[in-house]
Design a protein around this ligand. Sequence first.
Ligand SMILES: [Zn+2]
Length: 395
Amino acid sequence: MMATAGRRSLRIGGRQAAFYSIFLVSDQAVCDYRTMDDRWSWLDVGQRVRESRVAAGLSQEDLARKIGLGRTMIAKIESGKRGMDALELAKFARTLGVPLGHFLTRPPEVLSHRAELSDDNASEAEAQSYRMDASLQEWLADIRQLITLGVLQVPERRGCPASVEDHGSARRVALWVRAETGWNLDPIDSLMTVCESMGQLVAVVEIPGDGASLIDGEVGAAVVSRIGDPGRRRTTAAHELGHFVVGDEYSNDLGVHTSRVDREKIINSFAAELLLPLSVVRAQAVSGVCSRKELIKLAASYRTSWTLAVSQAVTAGVAERSLSRNTPTRAEFLEAVGWAPQPDLESVRVPPVFAQAVLEAWRQSMITSTRAVEMMRGELEISDLPGRDESDVEP
Ligand SMILES: [Zn+2]
């Protein structure tokens, strides 16, 4: 998608919120706007460009060549001595693989504990997590825009009934989530709706990595990568829900006594129990042992990764860790249950409540078709939208 012209020039650092707008050639009569923090300056934009460049593994020379500007121009932009127009911003965003809004917004406080990319030798994992954070911030900005437009009401956050201090309490809270959402001990079909009914909005994104989440005021937001194994994707979504349900790691009991690694492991126990409860695995074990075939049945119907199924069976004391060595083949799944497991978080990319809000905003001409499609993150294409008179869309 290519930006062709700026309709209103970009104003930064003004007293009022600044706006910028771009035309996108794939959609006619289109002009989107986003608001920008009024305390934002070109220095902040430059800082974001620099971070994104480091995350993309590019030197200033590399970026200059790709963008078609001189290296000194890039240096000036990064140090805030030179501004950019909307067209240039779009070009930088595309080249660096971050959403355009990323250059124009301050990260929410919750994310500020994450390591800043400050040198030119960022590891691949850091760079990946930077891009994941950028897409999380974009997701939060989209949610906030729909709230501001009055079309989205974030589902109320359901409070955690007990404090989580160890693996046992994390598992009990997972069973409470199952009961609250009506699944009890049954296989959960869509994790997206479970998260939504607990008050967390999840988006499935095309960024390599696992996932990320934050709580910003009344909004709980998470992103999960679509790339990779579907079972792992579900584990990631359940893990991020764990962070949300248990609460911010720095403000509850978990944060005081345990290390970050231990806290992550406790959240993993929540995720495992949510996806495949230990009692379900035990019930499947005839005379105390769960056979490979029985476990394949469970992994298929509860749609977990093989690693998670084996790990639950080991924790339940009904299987050996060595089972995890050979991941079941498609043929084994067919033999065990008659069908291959269906991937979750594949065609559904945004929560139902969010999708409805996007369509409502679009129907009322509050957002353009291009913006609606962008917000739906691949769940919808322009051709899927019913006809609408675009002539009344405000620039
Ligand atoms: Zn985590």
